[in-house]
Design a protein around this ligand. Structure first.
Ligand code: SF4
Length: 164
């Protein structure tokens, strides 16, 4: 069973079935335009600041220090799924904190020229702990949660597992 990572947190907030499929390493449709655009933005934006940091099950997109503060950035295609992006970034901050590193987060939406600060607080930490427990419960099940159509399905790389 894979360790919980940021992508899984994001999937969970969009669709629990998607989180199960991802955790069980079912490969999504790589040709899907949504994934392609995501990859393009990943490569083209914020090139000057860009750094990828890996530790444990966490991949952090962009780290910048501002004076004494460490700022962790996460680049996103659109702010439509803002809430899930916020939780994903909070998860990175949470993992850094476990390592004794205090950092602030910044969500970046280059297409919309929008930036959103994310800071860990006790409420957010509690929310994350609850989510982590729930994800564990879901992905340990033998079968995924049943398919239920949502607006996101048309952009989902796992569509063929649900709608064929
Ligand atoms: S197609 Fe829809 S129901 Fe299926 S995993 Fe994707 S978002 Fe979830």
């Amino acid at each position: 069973m894979p360790m919980i990572n940021g992508a899984l947190i994001q999937s969970y907030t969009i669709c629990k079935r998607q989180a199960w499929l991802m955790a069980h390493q079912i490969i999504p449709d790589q040709e899907h335009p949504y994934i392609e655009i995501g990859r393009f933005i990943d490569e083209e934006s914020y090139e000057r600041d860009r750094k990828k940091i890996n530790f444990e099950n966490v991949v952090i997109d962009l780290i910048r220090s501002e004076g004494e503060d460490l700022v962790v950035g996460e680049v996103k295609k659109s702010s439509r799924a803002e809430d899930s992006a916020r939780l994903q970034l909070a998860f990175y901050l949470f993992k850094l904190k476990e390592k004794g590193i205090n950092a602030r987060g910044l969500l970046l939406f280059p297409d919309e020229r929008k930036k959103l600060p994310v800071e860990l607080n006790p409420e957010l930490e509690k929310e994350l702990e609850k989510i982590l427990k729930d994800i564990e419960k879901i992905i340990l099940k033998e079968y995924p949660p049943p398919f239920k159509k949502i607006g996101y399905c048309k952009n989902c790389g796992y569509r063929e597992f649900c709608m064929s």
